[in-house]
Design a protein around this ligand. Structure first.
Ligand code: AMP
Length: 302
């Protein structure tokens, strides 16, 4: 089984209290693909510009990511510049240059259109739906977004949400999207627009899943050193969706396990800049931290 992801592939410039990186490889689909590739085969749909090098490609090839859906376009690759203060949960966007994303028309091959598991990573919601229009009979459609699209394309985003089973979104964006401060109310409101399940990422405070009448809460792994939170949300989604695609089990119990795998991937990602940490993991590392999560959250009822 493989998962299809559409999203951004980017050059990011990031400053955190612990250092900075200029024009390093990033983007929602890049982080997602690398994280998911430890669980399942990944088919990437994205666009890059003439400045994208063979060296940049190698990181995806090394993880056996299917790049036949990666388009090359005239112009520059999408660029994002962001900054974090001591509250690493909140990125401040300094600049967004859509570049080749502006005219991107995703085209899905016959092979890609058969995919049953789809992740619409953070990108223009119009493009998210263009991909959905081309896939045949998906079993699970999940989606992410961010304030940039909530503020500029809310109606289009709501159209996308009507066709989504699982929304994976961060806390501030859930509040902004629902226009509701209380997270429980925000989750209920968003669920009424289409998705069956919503997972709200809360940075260093973990994640909450709302599905029907049930709520599941999971902490974040307590790390001593966090260097760069960029891509934490996308690598979380990569772990969740990669695990679900591989296990093909969408039960509530399995969704809970998937959230722990998502938290494992996010916790590794933030230990270094760009895709460095995600590109060098082993399955042993992932299982080790999964077990540590079990220890961290386990308690006995009297
Ligand atoms: P995250 O930290 O998981 O929320 O995602 C960070 C990634 O999102 C960065 O690598 C950026 O390149 C990418 N990104 C930032 N803004 C946008 C946008 N407007 N559309 C698509 N991707 C974006």
């Amino acid at each position: 089984m493989s998962i299809l992801v559409i999203g951004s592939v980017a050059f990011d410039s990031v400053k955190t209290p612990f250092g900075q990186a200029e024009d390093v490889l990033g983007g929602s689909a890049a982080y997602f693909s690398l994280a998911a590739s430890y669980f399942t085969k990944v088919k990437l749909v994205a666009v890059v510009g003439e400045d994208f090098t063979q060296e940049n490609l190698a990181i995806f090839k090394d993880r056996q990511i299917d790049l036949s859906g990666l388009q090359y376009s005239h112009g520059k690759t999408f660029r994002w510049k962001g900054e974090y203060g001591f509250d690493l949960n909140e990125a401040r966007t300094i600049a967004t240059h859509l570049n080749v994303l502006e005219k991107f028309q995703p085209e899905i091959s016959a092979d890609y259109s058969e995919c049953k598991y789809i992740f619409l990573a953070n990108i223009d919601p119009d493009l998210q739906r263009k991909v959905l229009d081309q896939v045949k009979n998906p079993k699970l459609v999940a989606c992410d977004t961010m304030n940039f699209w909530i503020e500029s394309k809310l109606d289009s985003l709501k159209e996308t949400l009507k066709r989504v089973n699982l929304l994976i979104i961060n806390e501030a964006e859930a509040r902004e999207l629902a226009d509701e401060v209380n997270l429980v109310k925000a989750a209920k409101k968003i669920l009424s627009w289409g998705p069956d399940t919503i997972i709200i990422k809360r940075g260093e405070y973990g994640a909450l899943m709302f599905s029907g009448d049930t709520i599941f809460s999971c902490p974040a792994y307590p790390l001593e050193y966090v260097y760069d939170p960029t891509g934490a949300g996308d690598s979380f989604a990569g772990g969740v969706m990669g695990y679900l695609t591989n296990s093909q089990d969408l039960s509530e119990q399995n969704l809970r396990r998937a959230i722990i795998y998502g938290s494992v991937m996010a916790s590794y990602n933030v230990e270094n800049f760009s895709l460095k940490r995600l590109s060098e993991l082993t399955l042993g590392d992932i299982e080790k931290r999964f077990k540590e999560f079990k220890q961290l959250t386990h308690f006995e009822e009297l």
